[in-house]
Design a protein around this ligand. Structure first.
Ligand SMILES: NC(=O)C1=CN([C@@H]2O[C@H](COP(=O)(O)OP(=O)(O)OC[C@H]3O[C@@H](n4cnc5c(N)ncnc54)[C@H](OP(=O)(O)O)[C@@H]3O)[C@@H](O)[C@H]2O)[C@@H](O)CC1
Ligand SMILES: Nc1ncnc2c1ncn2[C@@H]1O[C@H](COP(=O)(O)OP(=O)(O)O)[C@@H](O)[C@H]1O
Ligand SMILES: [K+]
Length: 516
């Protein structure tokens, strides 16, 4: 259902385009187009059965009223419930005037099916992008009723109660199975509560895609497979391990060796040529080798850093279970100062905590020749910005942009609907992944995969976007196979990601038409 170049627009851009279009098109054109688009979708997807439409006081409610009229004309059984509205805006007022007699119901939709038979579809036209305060009690009760019916719910524009920009959902928000969003797709449908509340998202551009394209400079992107062609570029035959980079990994303090192994194995499965693991242990290395993957070369972190030049390390990942003690601080400072600043670098987990606690490290990071990738989860992001997790989660895009600007780095703000920001604030939201990833060690796997992609020569922007997409897509693949979301383990992600890449590469070899 997604348009090819999948941009995400925040409300001010949508409002701007809406205003321009309202000024140049005949009255009611946009609302009519919005209602037609919804009617087409209903006819295709839910061709039979009774339809309940819940309408609010503004233009979102107007969309619902106009849809009701169209469905009624098409012979469908439609009932409408409306929140009280004193003076609807002009488009909505027109829609209410056109509503055929007898469709508007008194009372409450919960009285409609006392015998418990749910409608074939409930349409949420309560609030769209104009919601400006807590849902009124009546709307909250109707949203609760809609959940209880277990009927499919189609949200018009935005599920009522979900913030279209941030994905912050009020507790009583509508939980939709489908959302038909208008003019352009919106970030709040894809990050934080978006995944839980919006269901399958479709876009009806209302004929405004050209106008919207003028505002694409401030827009974000939804990261999809088609944004990650570098993942699927077939390997040349005349290559060797040196062609795919040597990754140095500083990770795994005593008690946390698992984090190092998860990251290192993920890098191996993601195709890095050679992987050197510097365990964050002071003198000797408690683990001589990874018995499952003896391909990995293990040694103490200090040794790896000292020998990096002669070992030919081309790219670095630091932080997974690395610890935050004095020795770890020293290793991180060495990495930031002594090693070539143009070598790609990923900082994760404890490296981020160290960075947050020492402005000197931050200065070293900012003075690097090429921006690093930082992979904070929301709590780490809060530490790095000197704020609380709630503030980060209240606007994940703004938080990722602020971090990227402060640390002059690529930032991957993890969690449902991972946000990626470039150092200059260009942002994307990952379109893959699921709650199966909510288990220990999956962040280590992401860090290892990112390192491997950088080692294989992907540019930092490609690696950041492709890495998060691949990580999420692997989890989606595992869920499709029944290995999750419950009980998915971090160690299963990298083999699934390997499968996706190789499948994509062989499709690429076969040429156009093969599915990626
Ligand atoms: N214009 C166009 O061209 C097109 C617009 N389209 C559609 O319009 C939608 C935007 O419409 P909208 O601006 O009227 O906002 P909407 O989401 O219906 O809600 C605003 C109303 O609710 C009220 N209100 C807000 N919060 C409240 C609360 N918590 N509790 C109670 N009341 C609350 C608010 O009152 P006020 O805040 O002014 O007091 C106002 O009355 C958009 O999402 C799309 O569906 C499409 O047709 C395409 C073309
Ligand atoms: N509900 C979710 N939906 C999508 N991705 C998730 C979800 N929960 C966690 N993740 C992903 O899982 C990874 C968790 O990373 P992190 O919190 O650093 O874990 P750890 O430190 O245990 O390795 C991140 O990539 C994050 O985006
Ligand atoms: K809605």
């Amino acid at each position: 259902m997604h348009a090819p170049a999948h941009f995400l627009f925040r409300t001010p851009s949508i409002r701007l385009v809406e205003r321009e279009a309202l000024a140049s098109l005949p009255a009611h054109t946009l609302m009519r187009r919005a209602a037609w688009a919804a009617a087409d979708l209903v006819a295709q997807r839910w061709p039979e059965g009774a339809i309940v439409i819940l309408c609010g006081p503004g233009n979102n409610g107007g969309d619902g009223a106009m849809l009701a009229a169209l469905l009624h004309q098409a012979g469908r059984c439609v009932r409408v419930w409306a929140l009280p509205h004193a003076a609807p805006p002009p488009d909505a007022a027109q829609a209410w005037r056109e509503l055929p007699e007898g469709l508007l119901q008194p009372g409450d939709p919960s009285q409609l099916h006392p015998e418990g038979k749910p409608p074939a579809l409930i349409v949420d036209a309560l609030f769209g992008i104009g919601l400006s305060r807590p849902l009124p009690d009546q709307a909250a009760r109707w949203a609760g009723w809609a959940r209880l019916t277990q009927a499919p719910v189609l949200a018009l524009d935005v599920p009522s109660g979900l913030d279209a920009d941030t994905g912050v959902a009020q507790a009583a928000s509508i939980v939709a199975t489908h959302t038909l969003t208008y003019i352009g797709d919106k970030p709040g449908l894809h990050t934080r509560g978006g995944g839980d509340h919006a269901g399958t998202v479709g876009v009806a551009d209302l004929g405004l895609s050209e106008r919207l394209a003028h505002h694409a400079h401030g827009a974000g992107r939804l990261i999809q497979a088609s944004d990650c062609p570098a993942l699927f570029t077939p390997r040349g035959n005349d290559t060797h391990k040196g062609s795919y980079g040597t990754l140095g990994l500083i990770a795994g303090a005593p008690g946390m060796a698992g984090a190092a192994l998860l990251a290192a194995r993920a890098a191996l499965y993601a195709g890095a040529g050679k992987i050197l693991v510097g365990l964050a242990e002071p003198d000797s290395c408690s683990l001589a080798c990874d018995p499952l993957h003896p391909e990995l070369m293990l040694r103490p972190a200090g040794d790896l850093l000292a020998q990096a030049g002669s070992l030919g390390v081309t790219c670095w990942v630091a932080g997974c279970g690395m610890g935050t003690g004095t020795a770890s601080h020293t290793w991180l400072a060495q990495l930031l100062t002594r090693l070539p600043g143009e070598q790609p670098l990923v900082l994760d987990a404890d490296a981020l905590t160290l960075l947050a606690g020492d402005p000197a490290l931050a200065t070293m990071l900012v003075s690097r020749h090429t921006p690093a990738i930082l992979t904070p989860h929301p709590r780490e992001a809060a530490r790095l910005l000197g704020t609380g997790t709630d503030a980060i989660q209240a606007d994940r895009i703004a938080a990722a942009q602020a971090l990227a600007a402060r640390y002059r780095a690529w930032v991957i703000l993890k969690g449902a609907g991972t946000v990626v920001s470039s150092p200059t604030g260009q942002w994307s939201i990952n379109g893959s992944g699921n709650a199966g990833l909510a288990t220990a060690g999956t962040g280590d796997v992401l860090a290892g995969m990112l390192g491997a992609l950088l080692a294989q020569g992907l540019a930092v922007d490609d690696a950041a976007r492709a890495g998060v997409w691949l990580h999420g897509a692997a989890a989606d693949e595992l869920v499709a196979q029944g290995t999750g979301p419950i009980g998915l383990t971090a160690g299963e992600i990298a083999p699934a990601a390997r499968l996706l890449r190789n499948r994509g590469q062989s499709d690429a070899r076969r040429g156009p038409g093969a599915s990626a």
